[in-house]
Design a protein around this ligand. Structure first.
Ligand code: COA
Length: 244
């Protein structure tokens, strides 16, 4: 693992909680290619680190979790084909979705584009009262491409997902909570304390059962009931084999 990240801060605590801070506050933590690469690197490092039980993502500064992909890099990749290949080879969002460790996002201020797509790859979203969550890509002539069109309707009703993505208008924290995109709303002052308490609870759970339950729940979003029940039986057998 690289010691010198430029765009993120990595902090590992003795209690099994690791914090990953998106650290470009001067551009509202916009996710540039370097940050995506560093997130890729740290995601693999924590996956391999038995001391890390839970990861919390947060944004540096006062104004945003992240204002999304760095728009100053749009159209600057070497070539469209090359940038698409790089994305396929290092599918950060897909990797987060199959993480065996629980992921928590602590969201303050703006969470736009990839700045809400990353939290949607997490298991929990704790948001501060001032959070604004939205997907503005269509207005820029793009569509969400870090999983937004597929993950959002799995959290909120399809009608709201359609509204958010086609208009680009963000929703507030209360709306996110009402429809299940956020798990809880807290004051800005309590955001990291709450996220930490939640992560502490998760870190105290048996890790194998936690990751098997996560895999079963993720499966339920994609499988037919009969297949989902089959998956649950297989995962339950693994948990049982370890428990006895
Ligand atoms: N990429 C690159 N830079 C960004 C950025 C992004 N996604 N979002 C914000 N910034 C930069 C701004 O360019 C500005 O830099 P500057 O001080 O050098 O001019 C700085 O962050 C502060 O943003 P600013 O626009 O001045 O703040 P604001 O309060 O007026 O507006 C937002 C806040 C979030 C509404 C606005 O920044 C915005 O719409 N950002 C783009 C969001 C977006 O489209 N993201 C999805 C991309 S697919």
């Amino acid at each position: 693992m690289s010691d010198a990240f430029q765009t993120i801060i990595y902090e590992k605590q003795a209690n099994g909680i690791a914090w990953v801070t998106l650290n470009r506050p001067e551009v509202l933590n916009a996710i540039n290619m370097q940050m995506r690469d560093e997130l890729w690197e740290i995601s693999h490092a924590v996956a391999d680190d038995p001391d890390v039980k839970v990861v919390i993502f947060k944004g540096a500064g006062e104004r945003a979790f992240s204002a999304g992909a760095d728009i100053s890099e749009f159209g600057t990749a070497p070539s469209f084909v090359e940038s698409r290949r790089a994305r396929q080879e290092r599918d950060l969002w897909g990797f987060l979705l199959i993480s065996e460790k629980p992921l928590v996002a602590a969201i303050q201020g703006y969470a736009l584009g990839a700045g809400i797509e990353l939290p949607m790859c997490c298991d929990f979203r704790v948001v501060s009262e001032d959070a604004r969550l939205g997907l503005p890509e269509v207005g820029l002539g793009y569509i969400p491409s870090a999983g937004g069109t597929q993950n959002l309707p799995r959290f909120v009703p399809p009608s709201l997902a359609m509204q958010m993505i086609l208009t680009g208008d963000p929703i507030d924290a209360a709306t996110a909570l009402r429809y299940g995109l956020a798990h809880r709303i807290v004051s800005r002052e309590k955001l990291y304390e709450e996220a930490s308490a939640l992560a502490g609870k998760l870190a105290s759970q048996p890790p194998l059962a936690l990751s098997l339950a996560r895999a079963a729940l993720r499966g339920s979003l994609e499988l037919r009931l009969a297949e989902g029940l089959k998956l649950e039986r297989a995962l339950a057998a693994r948990a049982l084999a370890r428990a006895v």
